[in-house]
Design a protein around this ligand. Structure first.
Ligand code: 5GP
Ligand code: ZN
Length: 112
């Protein structure tokens, strides 16, 4: 997807402050963090929204979920964190490349 900013980050055409990378997944700090720690976990493959994910991507989605606690701990969120996947315009999604927000480090009820 040539016009997708997260694909450009995956391809190295745009910079990011990465926290994890493997052949299928990339995680990087959000450019406008809304908590002390706020990063995004994305698949390297372009999947526009969670609603576009397919059964064949079940393992990839599970991998993203299982990475969240591991990376959150590495980023200093030992006490816990929040996850968020905005899906579609009605869900407030702004970047149409699937991503999971992982954030925390402030007030546990209202970390924003
Ligand atoms: P959404 O509303 O789509 O769930 O969230 C998109 C997130 O991507 C926002 O929190 C926004 O700050 C972040 N974001 C948008 N563009 C960039 C970028 O170029 N680099 C990084 N690191 N984050 C971005
Ligand atoms: Zn993309």
């Amino acid at each position: 997807m040539s016009d997708c900013i997260f694909c450009k980050i995956v391809e190295g055409q745009l910079p990011c402050n990465s926290v994890y990378e493997d052949d299928e997944v990339l995680a990087f700090h959000d450019i406008r963090p809304f908590a002390r720690v706020h990063f995004l976990i994305i698949p390297k493959a372009h999947i526009a929204t969670l609603a576009d994910a397919e059964p064949a991507q079940e393992r990839l989605l599970g991998k993203m979920l299982l990475l969240a606690p591991r990376l959150a701990k590495e980023q200093g969120l030992e006490a816990g964190f929040k996850t968020l996947v905005n899906t579609g315009r009605g869900g407030g999604q702004e970047v149409f490349h699937l991503h999971m927000h992982v954030f925390g480090g402030g007030d546990p009820v209202r970390p924003v």
